[in-house]
Design a protein around this ligand. Structure first.
Ligand code: ADP
Length: 489
């Protein structure tokens, strides 16, 4: 397909069943659900609707694979090699994977191809390199003893992912789990199961043993809840809404699972008066509109120093009004549809609330077209901290501009949210940038940039934005247990 423009008709859906113990199987109940193309509102395929029974079979397979050690005790370098092979296969199939991602999720094909897939491949390679570099330490304890720690895999990892970056979330979850030697029961989001299923097949084809990766598509309260409760599953890694994480925390109490969460945000993007304004405008634009605004770290509260406010809004408006919204397969499209009808309706209701509560809609604020869940990129100015659009995570292309006057005020207001996922600051003052970075309560701070991601850099939230970190060495450690061994000499 290289060099040729691609359309919806070129995309092949090859896998729609549960992937358990290396085999494609229908849900035990026989049930299926529709996955829908958000650009056309038409059904793409029917997918097995897994529930408790299917999760049980997946957990048994993962447990067996873990306990028999086909993966966890494999020579670590061989484990890494298989992970590199999976990354290579993804690279060979990059165009068809990107197209399938776009069909199921709605994100522009150019983004799937040039952003999501390369990041996912890079993440798998980063962790592949870690497989043979996981080690403990020797510890000089008192007496005639030799004491050391081992880093062992946590066991069977239950992984529940959202729909906004389907392939990338698979890589963020599989990468550290596989490197550590864990086996996996994954539940992809019901809106976007297709690429995860395809990756399971590629993992099989490159030689990752049966039972190491299991995928059960289905809904949260049934399949997802079964992963959370299953006694053979040792850990749950979840990305999604904080309300779901609260349910998972309660539901996992009986089995005391290890939990890592990457949740929502209402990230402040702060532009001081000495900032390079053109870069800040670009950063605010990308920081919010990337991925149709469906990013947990979206810079949805843009605070601009009062002295630059008018100039900033004019430039941002001009840039935003050029944004091309439409067919995600068209080569010049920058923004596709929102993922589904509930998300579309939620975003439109926030736009209405913004207007009702007195914010000034500078541009956008409407649906685009009459088919598909397209929303015009929207900017609200004159937003106040207590408005719903400044407090709640909207998860759509709605940017709020607020103004501020001084440093102490803005640090206080930036932190005035129960979220703490990300923040950004734009200034030429190095001391100010570092002071802001130290005092803002967020897991990631970008200085004079936004949305710079790397597999090596930990990502996760303070406060209600999460538990633990993904990516980097910290992400790997979350899939290990430490064991202390003491030997009498
Ligand atoms: P979003 O609004 O992004 O869909 P959710 O937290 O609802 O966020 O969903 C993220 C993932 O969590 C999805 O795979 C979804 O099916 C799953 N999920 C939803 N509810 C539950 C639940 N009660 N238990 C386990 N998983 C759930």
């Amino acid at each position: 397909m290289s060099g040729v423009s691609i359309s919806e008709q070129d995309v092949k859906v090859q896998h729609t069943e549960c992937f358990i113990d290396g085999h494609w199987v229908p849900a035990k109940s026989g049930k299926t659900f529709a996955t829908v193309n958000p650009a056309t509102e038409k059904e793409i395929a029917r997918v097995a609707e897994g529930d408790q029974e299917d999760v049980h079979l997946a957990a048994v397979a993962a447990r067996k694979a873990f306990d028999e050690g086909s993966w966890s005790t494999m020579d670590a370098r061989d484990r890494g090699r298989l992970m590199y092979l999976l990354a290579d296969r993804m690279e060979q199939e990059i165009e068809s994977l990107a197209a399938l991602e776009t069909l199921d999720n709605g994100k522009p094909y150019q983004d799937s191809l040039n952003v999501d897939l390369p990041l996912a491949i890079d993440c798998l390679r980063y962790y592949a390199g870690y497989a043979d570099k996981i080690h403990g330490s020797t510890i000089p304890i008192r007496g005639k003893h030799f004491c050391y720690t081992r880093r062992e895999p946590v066991g069977v990892a239950g992984q529940i992912i959202p729909w906004n970056f389907p392939i990338l979330m698979v890589a963020w979850k599989w990468g550290p789990a596989l490197a550590a030697g864990c086996t996996i029961v994954m539940k992809p989001a019901e809106q976007t199961p297709l690429t995860c299923l395809r990756l399971a097949q590629l993992a099989k084809e490159v030689g990752i043993p049966d039972g190491v990766i299991n995928v059960v598509p289905g809904f949260g309260p049934t399949a997802g809840a079964a992963v959370v409760k299953h006694p053979m599953i040792d850990k749950v890694a979840f990305t999604g809404e904080h309300r779901t994480a609260q349910i998972i925390t309660r539901e996992s109490a009986d089995t005391l699972k290890r939990l890592t969460f990457e949740l929502g945000g209402k990230s402040p993007n702060v532009i001081f008066d000495d900032a390079d304004l053109d870069s800040a405008v670009q950063g605010a634009y990308v920081g919010l509109f990337l991925n149709q605004g469906q990013c947990c770290c979206a810079g949805s509260r843009v605070f601009v120093h009062r002295s630059r406010h008018r100039e900033f809004v004019e430039k941002l408006q001009a840039l935003t009004e050029q944004r091309k919204v439409g067919d995600p397969f068209a080569p010049d499209t920058q923004q596709g549809p929102q993922v589904d009808l509930p998300q579309f309706e939620k975003i439109m209701s926030y736009i209405e609330k913004g207007k009702e509560q007195g914010a000034r809609c500078v541009t956008g604020g409407t649906r685009v077209g009459d088919q598909g869940y397209f929303i015009a990129p929207t900017i609200f100015d004159e937003v106040h901290d207590d408005m719903a659009i400044a407090q709640d995570e909207i998860f759509g292309p709605v940017l709020s501009v607020l103004t501020f006057d001084d440093k102490e005020e803005i640090i206080r207001r930036a932190n005035q949210t129960f979220y703490g996922l990300a923040a950004a600051v734009w200034t030429r003052d190095v001391a100010l940038a570092h002071e802001f970075a130290a005092r803002v309560r967020a897991g990631t701070v970008w200085v004079n940039c936004y949305d710079v991601f790397d597999a090596a850099a930990p990502f996760g939230g303070f406060k209600m934005s999460g538990h633990g970190r993904e990516l980097g060495e910290e992400g790997l450690r979350a899939y290990t247990e430490s064991k202390t061994v003491t030997v009498a000499l």
